[in-house]
Design a protein around this ligand. Structure first.
Ligand code: ADP
Ligand code: MG
Length: 295
């Protein structure tokens, strides 16, 4: 007489969902995914934990995640404690030498270590670096220098990251980097993520932010643009539909794709497990920008 084992329906669902993830795991195993971490996903504790778990999960199934972070809200808190007024132009923080000191202390000293600790707490093996470490990122002044110590990425040398990825570490990069003379510059974290994705030959660039993605009408979250080609993305900037902090995001997607990254995504970090939804399901969320040959 055979006995039918009684399987809990919740368990059955759980293994079914896991099993459905198999093709995605196989597709992305050994591939690099660069994630820009910021916004609400960084501020709200429940979302923060979900992001840490998602990144640790990606790493444990063989995906090679690299985290690049900003730290806007925390920088502003510390500036206000020191009575320094934050100023933004075209989505970039105007950075005088006093502001730069705060940016560097907060991003490299505090935010970077909070993320490393958070990832390690959920079983990841994270290592924190700034653009200075191993000569990872070289900065040059942005534009005509009128924004102060705001930098662009002059050069990326990912040599320090590659052995970390090969050994299963999760690199966590803060977006501060020196110029040729060793002067630290504040670089938009989206920009660093895009250039790093290109230099690493990443499969995906994922930017977590506080909107559903690129909206045709900024006030209307139903106007989400789900898919864009490179040239359509350029047009949205020229037409002013993409503005403010969305400009460096869209530009870095364009640059990363032009340099061989396969897909770039702008996702709503307020959605729990946005990262897993993007990587492990077919539906995808947010805005996906595709290189013209793939559109
Ligand atoms: P993050 O901290 O994630 O870098 P930012 O504030 O720098 O976020 O950039 C996202 C912001 O860009 C949005 O909150 C929104 O105010 C602005 N934005 C400008 N144009 C658009 C657009 N077309 N669609 C969505 N957001 C836009
Ligand atoms: Mg921004």
């Amino acid at each position: 007489m055979s006995v039918e084992p009684s399987i809990n329906p919740n368990d059955a669902l759980r293994v079914e969902v896991l099993s459905e993830a198999l093709p995605y795991i196989q597709r992305f195993c050994g591939r690099r995914v660069v994630i820009k971490y910021g916004g609400a996903a960084m501020v709200r504790e429940d979302l923060r934990d979900a992001v840490f778990r998602d990144v640790a999960l990606l790493a444990s199934v063989g995906v090679e995640p690299v985290v690049v972070h900003g730290g806007g809200p925390e920088i502003n808190q510390w500036l206000s404690r020191l009575s320094i007024e934050p100023v933004f132009q075209e989505g970039l923080r105007v950075t005088d030498p006093d502001t730069m000191d705060v940016v560097e202390m907060v991003l490299v000293g505090r935010v970077n270590k909070q993320i490393v600790n958070g990832l390690n707490r959920v079983g990841g093996r994270a290592v924190g670096l700034s653009g200075a470490d191993g000569g990872l990122v070289r900065a040059r002044v942005h534009g005509d220098g009128s924004l102060g110590l705001v930098g662009d990425v002059a050069q990326v040398d990912p040599a320090v990251i590659v052995p970390l990825l090969e050994q299963g570490y999760i690199p966590v990069i803060s977006s501060v980097a020196p110029n040729q003379e060793g002067q630290p510059y504040n670089i938009n974290a989206d920009t660093v993520a895009g250039e790093l994705a290109a230099a690493l030959g990443a499969e995906k660039l994922i930017l977590l932010t506080d909107t559903p993605g690129i909206l045709r009408d900024r006030e209307d979250s139903a106007s989400l643009i789900q898919q864009l080609t490179l040239s359509q993305a350029r047009d949205l900037i020229d037409e002013g539909i993409v503005a403010g902090g969305m400009v460096p995001k869209t530009q870095c997607c364009i640059r990363a794709l032009a340099q061989g990254v396969h897909a770039a995504h702008i996702l709503d970090g307020r959605v729990p497990h946005a990262l897993l939804l993007e990587v492990f399901t077919n539906s995808g969320i947010g805005t996906m920008v595709l290189g013209s040959s793939r559109a």
